[in-house]
Write a protein that binds this ligand. Structure first.
Ligand code: ACO
Length: 334
């Protein structure tokens, strides 16, 4: 039976490091508050002139190189983001051009912090069905240019960072090679869409999408009901993780590495405690990058591939929760 397999990983973050202390120049906050509430110590912000598709390109080039492939070997590009370069066309089209891709299809996928796992699931379906042999899957976010970095927006602004991560998903037809994506489970609940969202610009706002008033009121910045999101995240993540493991007939104890979306270290520690996951099986990098939404899981994969945390044959469990609400989990044999 054909499986889809991750054969290369890559990541890119901008060089500009913004520490918690740096944020105190813009808003009334403190390193202590941010570290205690979120675990974040620093994040990366783009330099003027850098675009989301530049970050995505660097991550994709690394993933292609790790898979020993050229962009001309790829059949399709799926890009997950919530911070699109423009309203249209999608960021994937700017990436397509920067990668020098041929006339292959590309597409943006909008499922926020679960976006990468959604995209991975569609890549899996495309490969397993035989439609494509190789799909480039990338998560990419530039949050820094869309945050309210004043005291008004501090509850959200301190949490987010810029970055990109990418993987190459390829068909594995080798009966001797058991590695690949074993199970992916996706969920959504639109009822809570406005608990973590950006209201404007909106094509539902008549007669125009954007007014001066919307800008003045700060409705162009992300808003979050933090405690509500926290409560749902710590319930949904264990739920979907169990669902994916049970569908793959894998026991929790047999998982070698858990990689959770990097929204908040407290969420991840809470979930790990609930499930009885020992700390050495959980890898986080939020302290260095903040919440990079759709990029966070492929960035974790890329770091773990490079630091030796990912070993052939190991079972890896990827789990995310995000705006929408969306939540998802994937079980992978590396
Ligand atoms: N610096 C200093 N003080 C702050 C800051 C800040 N950056 N932000 C808020 N405060 C203040 C508030 O104004 C409030 O002050 P008050 O008591 O005088 O009114 C106080 O700190 C407490 O504010 P809360 O919002 O109640 O803080 P809470 O303890 O809930 O922590 C947090 C906020 C970290 C966002 C928390 O709700 C949380 O962990 N939520 C989970 C959601 C999350 O992390 N989402 C990430 C993105 S979503 C995703 O990716 C899935």
């Amino acid at each position: 039976m054909r499986r889809a397999k991750i054969t290369g990983t890559g990541m890119y973050v901008p060089d500009r490091v913004v520490t918690n202390a740096d944020l105190t120049q813009f808003m009334d906050t403190s390193d202590e508050w941010i570290v205690q509430r979120s675990g974040i110590r620093e994040r990366r912000w783009i330099e003027p002139g850098q675009a989301p598709s530049d970050l995505a390109r660097a991550a994709c080039q690394q993933a292609l190189e790790a898979a020993s492939l050229e962009v001309s070997d790829v059949d399709c590009i799926l890009l997950a983001t919530l911070s699109s370069e423009h309203d249209f066309p999608g960021t994937s089209f700017f990436l397509h051009e920067k990668l020098g891709a041929g006339e292959i299809p590309c597409l943006d996928l909008r499922a926020q912090c679960s976006g990468f796992l959604y995209a991975l699931s569609f890549a899996d379906a495309l490969v397993v069905s035989g439609k494509y042999r190789r799909v480039l899957v990338v998560g990419c976010e530039v949050h820094s240019t869309g945050l309210d970095i004043s005291t008004r927006g501090r509850d959200v602004a301190v949490l987010f960072g810029d970055g990109a991560g990418a993987v190459v998903v390829e068909a594995n037809d080798d009966p001797e090679d058991p590695s690949g994506l074993l199970e992916l489970r996706l969920h959504a609940q639109g009822r809570h869409a406005d608990k973590l969202w950006i209201e404007a610009p909106s094509s539902a706002s008549s007669p125009v999408r954007l007014t001066h008033e919307m800008i003045d009121d700060g409705r162009v910045f992300p808003k979050m009901e933090g405690r509500f999101v926290f409560k749902h995240a710590v319930r949904r993540m264990p739920e979907v993780l169990h669902e994916a493991l049970s569908a793959a007939s894998i026991k929790l104890d047999d998982v070698g590495l858990f990689l959770f979306h990097q929204a908040n270290l407290r969420i991840n520690e809470f979930v790990a405690n609930q499930l009885g996951i020992p700390p050495d099986k959980l890898f986080n990098n939020i302290e260095r990058y903040g919440n990079c939404s759709a990029a966070s899981i492929p960035m974790l994969l890329a770091e773990c591939a490079r630091n030796g945390r990912l070993q052939p044959g190991q079972i890896v469990c990827l789990t995310a929760f995000g705006s929408g609400f969306t939540w998802a989990s994937a079980v992978v044999r590396w």
